[in-house]
Design a protein around this ligand. Structure first.
Ligand SMILES: NC(=O)C1=CN([C@@H]2O[C@H](COP(=O)(O)OP(=O)(O)OC[C@H]3O[C@@H](n4cnc5c(N)ncnc54)[C@H](OP(=O)(O)O)[C@@H]3O)[C@@H](O)[C@H]2O)C=CC1
Ligand SMILES: C[C@H]1O[C@H](OP(=O)(O)OP(=O)(O)OC[C@H]2O[C@@H](n3cnc4c(=O)[nH]c(N)nc43)[C@H](O)[C@@H]2O)[C@@H](O)[C@@H](O)C1=O
Length: 306
């Protein structure tokens, strides 16, 4: 099995899960060892390794700030990574491939909770339209390969994720790691005010990445259909509620202010998870427990190596 993106949030969780289940032959490459945007090395890698399963969790990923600032890179890098990997995998006849998409592929004003069949029924959220188009192309490529080559490839659409090995960069990260870091530093420095982005009114659904990893392996074992599958918890919170939860866990007691010059993004993004639930899988980690677990991991990661 080849896990592309094994050092990232999702790829590292998939590798932890595989290790826990006793898998020994997991092939990995860092982006320095194998830049998936470059076609020739990807072709050579697939000729050499011929993986029986590919989990495609390598991508250029970021929060609302990074997506709105670098749309050209989000479009180009993700298209190139996906096309190179899937072309090479199809050429060598890779029997099983799981593509990771994202809930941002759905229309900005999709009916909530968002069903898989709302794909391509309306306009996208402008802060992540470039990234979403690349991801939609990936779903279409999975479906096209199934039709043309008869390979049972599948795609999963996770909601907003969090957990160990997330990106905690204040400008480029997603909201949950950004808040964990900001509230931790404010608690440590006894800052009287913390400013978060936007209005705090958008609603988001958060899935612990260990649950996602379990769902990925579940789908590889039990799902074989062209339609993408949503992966989420089925519940959401406002960004303001999230801020209060994270502040409490990080031990921050000061004021929270909102910077209306920053974008809110899509007003609500709650996935309909009935397809996956009907197959027999549901998320297990509650948000408060998951945030506590991630905060503990973050504190340990800050400790100097001995
Ligand atoms: N994070 C989230 O909230 C969500 C993520 N997803 C999806 O899950 C997938 C994984 O995301 P996530 O784990 O969060 O992302 P991360 O940014 O944590 O990890 C991305 C990984 O991709 C690898 N990568 C990036 N560019 C290249 C490249 N040019 N060549 C080879 N490898 C590359 C990186 O490798 P290296 O470390 O070696 O540089 C890194 O390990 C993505 O498809 C994303 O769309 C979907 C929904 C929500
Ligand atoms: C996974 C998903 O991730 C992105 O979409 P998003 O859901 O909007 O993700 P986000 O986590 O960055 O923001 C969620 C909400 O939170 C608010 N917010 C408050 N304070 C901070 C803050 O400090 N940082 C960030 N990033 N957001 C903040 C922010 O204003 C917004 O209202 C896309 O890249 C998209 O492509 C994608 O796939």
């Amino acid at each position: 099995m080849y896990v592309a993106g094994h050092r990232g949030l999702v790829g590292s969780a998939v590798c932890r899960r595989l290790a826990a289940e006793g898998f020994r032959d997991v092939v990995t490459r860092t982006s320095t060892e194998l830049d998936l945007r470059e076609r020739a090395p990807v072709e050579r890698f697939f000729d050499e390794v011929r993986p029986d399963v590919v989990v495609l969790a390598a991508a250029r990923v970021g929060g609302i700030g990074a997506n709105s600032t670098y749309p050209a890179q989000f479009l180009s890098d993700n298209l190139r990574i996906q096309v190179n990997v899937m072309d090479a995998a199809a050429r060598v006849g890779t029997p099983r491939l799981l593509l990771l998409g994202s809930s941002c592929i759905y229309p900005k004003f999709a009916e909530q909770p968002i069903r898989e069949d709302s794909l391509l029924t309306g306009a996208l959220e402008p802060t992540n339209d470039a990234y979403a188009i690349a991801k939609i192309a990936g779903i279409l490529q999975v479906q096209a390969v199934r039709r043309q080559h008869g390979l049972p490839w599948i795609s999963a659409m996770p909601t907003n994720l969090y957990g160990p090995h997330d990106n905690f960069d204040p400008e480029a990260s997603h909201v949950l790691p950004a808040m964990l870091r900001r509230f931790h530093e404010a608690a440590r420095d006894e800052a009287p005010v913390v400013t978060c982005w936007g209005s705090g009114t958008p609603r988001r659904e958060f899935l612990h990445v260990d649950d996602l990893a379990e769902a990925c392996l579940f789908l590889l074992r039990h799902y074989d259909d062209p339609a993408p599958v949503n992966v989420g918890t089925g519940t959401d919170v406002t960004v303001r509620e999230l801020a209060e939860l994270v502040a409490g866990i990080a031990g921050y007691r000061g004021r929270i202010e909102w910077d209306a010059t920053k974008p809110d993004g899509t007003p609500r993004k709650l996935l309909d998870v009935s397809r996956l639930r009907d197959l027999g899988w549901s998320a297990r980690t509650g948000l408060a427990d998951g945030v506590r677990d991630t905060f503990d991991w973050y504190l340990r990661a800050l400790e100097p190596a001995v």
